[in-house]
Design a protein around this ligand. Structure first.
Ligand SMILES: Cc1cc2nc3c(=O)[nH]c(=O)nc-3n(C[C@H](O)[C@H](O)[C@H](O)COP(=O)(O)OP(=O)(O)OC[C@H]3O[C@@H](n4cnc5c(N)ncnc54)[C@H](O)[C@@H]3O)c2cc1C
Length: 413
């Protein structure tokens, strides 16, 4: 697949145009690679660039359903050697007595999920696309304008060399992230709630190997997640108030490690070295609808979540898997009834994950009298309650509605 195809005689009419080749858009393109649909993927930043915003310093906790989807897409074998299995989840609150520990073996699963660096996932997805062939790619190229009509969408694509071209598609997929240009062009509003928190992501090395435990520690200013990495060390995400985040970002590596250690404690050992820090303002953004005329929104373009529960990409990947299932074999992938059916089939999972994540953020941020007692009792009760543990262990399967075929280990069609 040439990085930037010769556009003179390149095709300009497609069945499906995917705007955004980040984690979700690239997954969708790969799912459609073997289908009869003529698919175009447009991505603004080269996948191996250090500026790629989706494949950056972060690590992602993938649930078991996501692992199965990646197996179906043929990329899991590439990812497995770099994935760290989560065998135990440890949840605690700073300064309080309650904590909960969930063990995968007690739930009858090998692992709750797998932690993989985003760059590794991005590289594997794009390698998969290259291997599979069949998808036309414009990268680096940005969609700069969109016009949508009853029979399809016309896109203006601006190449890195400054040249414009116009392409058309019967279905336009917004996989262009939380500030989606496509969503705006489709006239779909997004409700945005600012959590007034910033997440700082950084990999850290420790003085002892991990045992596959993922930690979530709730603190008064925001949660700290510490996720095991393949080869040792942890991926950390520290969410805190914006002013505190600015101070933390300005610290030296050593001072930052000291602050993180103080916040998180010593459960994972002594933090020795930190990788590059990256920061993310945290918001809940929710599109008013996930489909419009000839348009569908997936991943962060449809919903952007707080990372507290590690659900954003897992949810977006289920969007991609179910959409691919609907598109494969359809006469018209942008037909209104197909889009309505897709939207209905995703509604329960989407609203369940959004509600679950948002209530977790608010419960642990609450300074209301009694809230911390409820949290502590909740954690203790949770630790004692097998049904509650089983329910959380199932979270990675999705919150309702049909489970995508790929997530059940079945082919798309
Ligand atoms: C700190 C942090 C930790 C997280 N941890 C987890 C986790 O453990 N588990 C989990 O499931 N989720 C996690 N998430 C959420 C996850 O990262 C997102 O859900 C995921 O990145 C969404 O992917 P996306 O492809 O929808 O959007 P994005 O990652 O935003 O990608 C959008 C892509 O579109 C491209 N683009 C944008 N506009 C245009 C245009 N006009 N033309 C062409 N291309 C364009 C961009 O270059 C980009 O590549 C975390 C998020 C944060 C902030």
């Amino acid at each position: 697949m040439p990085a930037h195809e010769a556009r003179g005689d390149a095709p300009r009419e497609f069945d499906v145009a995917i705007v955004g080749g980040g984690l979700v858009g690239a997954s969708l393109a790969l799912a459609l690679a073997g289908s009869a649909a003529r698919v175009l993927l447009i991505e603004g930043v080269a996948p191996d660039s250090s500026a790629q915003p989706s494949f950056d310093e972060r690590t992602t906790a993938l649930g078991n359903a996501s692992r199965r989807i990646f197996q179906g897409l043929g990329v899991w074998d590439d990812l497995a050697p770099e994935a760290a299995a989560i065998r135990t989840i440890h949840v605690s609150e700073a300064g309080r007595f309650g904590n909960a520990r969930l063990r995968a073996e007690e739930q009858g699963v090998e692992a709750f999920g797998y932690v993989i660096p985003n760059r590794v996932m991005g590289a594997a997805l794009w390698r998969g696309l290259r291997r599979a062939g069949g998808v036309t790619v414009r990268v680096p190229a940005r969609v700069s304008a969109v016009q949508i009509a009853a029979d399809g969408a016309a896109l203006t694509v601006l190449g890195a060399d400054g040249a414009h071209e116009t392409v058309s598609a019967r279905l336009l997929v917004a996989a262009d992230g939380a500030n989606s240009l496509v969503r705006t062009a489709a006239g779909i509003a997004a409700e945005v709630e600012d959590y007034a928190q910033v997440a700082i992501a950084a990999a850290v090395e420790t003085d002892r190997p991990h045992d596959g435990t993922a930690y979530e520690r709730f603190t008064p200013s925001g949660p700290v997640a510490v996720l095991p990495l393949h080869g040792g060390g942890y991926g950390t995400v520290w969410a805190c108030e914006p002013a505190r985040a600015a101070e933390l970002l300005a610290l030296s590596d050593t001072a930052y490690l000291g602050a993180l250690q103080e916040r998180f404690g010593w459960r994972a050992g002594r933090f020795l070295r930190a990788g590059r820090r990256a920061s993310y303002p945290l918001k809940l953004s929710r599109a008013a609808a996930t489909v419009g005329l000839r348009t569908v929104l997936v991943g962060n373009a449809a919903q952007g979540l707080h990372p507290i529960a590690g659900q954003g990409f897992n949810l977006g990947l289920r969007d991609a898997a179910l959409l691919a299932e609907r598109i494969v074999g359809a006469d018209d992938p942008g037909a209104p009834e197909l889009l309505r059916g897709y939207s209905d089939s995703r509604a329960a999972d989407r609203s369940g994950v959004v509600r679950f994540t948002d209530s977790l953020v608010k419960l642990f941020a609450s300074r209301l009298p009694g809230a911390s007692l409820v949290r502590n009792l909740g954690l203790v009760a949770f630790d004692l309650s097998p049904p509650a543990k089983r329910a959380l262990a199932r979270v990675s399967l999705g919150f309702g509605g049909p489970t995508p075929r790929l997530a059940r280990g079945l082919p798309l069609a």
